[in-house]
Design a protein around this ligand. Structure first.
Ligand code: PNS
Length: 162
């Protein structure tokens, strides 16, 4: 039986920290499905199509990583994809409370699905999509923190040159 993990997130946009978690997830699972939140209530900088493209390009060298948008409850999506594991990255202590709530709610909703946490690689401990977007908006150099396509898309979005 194939061990499949769902790695869910907003990925607005994907960062090198996300890549690190998905790659390391492959050491534990046969397949990782990167599931992009398609939530009409939440507002994102990038459309779901843009986030999908950035993720697909960033993961193109990994045949065992699939990228797909999802909506509705995560545990329902996991069941639909025949997965019993949700993969999440944990950075600093500040992530803990939210992740704990999310994991407990998901467990309450479906006890067959387990949440697996990986500690974010030390290099990426202080990076987040929001802080990267803020730096990029004001012309900060964030190219070492994101895949090249994301660096370019952020420049395009904020109409920055060079
Ligand atoms: O990258 P993010 O924004 O921290 O990811 C949050 C995500 C996508 C994991 C979470 O919002 C989610 O799972 N949303 C789908 C709805 C759901 O099932 N929520 C949790 C139980 S109420």
């Amino acid at each position: 039986m194939q061990r499949i993990a769902i790695y869910p997130g907003s990925f607005d946009p994907v960062t090198n920290g996300h890549l690190d978690i998905a790659e390391r997830g492959l050491k534990l699972f046969d397949k990782v499905i990167v599931a992009i939140l398609q939530n009409p209530v939440k507002s994102f900088l990038f459309t779901v199509e843009e986030r999908l493209e950035m993720l697909e390009v960033s993961f193109q060298k990994y045949p065992n990583i699939e990228v797909e948008p999802f909506d509705g409850l995560l545990v329902n999506y996991a069941a639909k994809r025949k997965s019993h594991a949700i993969l999440r990255g944990m950075r600093a202590v500040s992530d803990f409370e939210y992740e704990f709530q999310l994991a407990l709610m998901n467990r309450r909703l479906n006890r067959e699905v387990q949440t697996v946490f990986l500690m974010t690689g030390f290099r990426w401990i202080f990076t987040s999509s929001s802080i990267i977007k803020e730096a990029a908006r004001f012309g900060g150099d964030i190219k070492d923190m994101v895949p090249p396509i994301v660096n370019q898309k952020l420049k395009d979005k904020f109409e920055l040159t060079s």
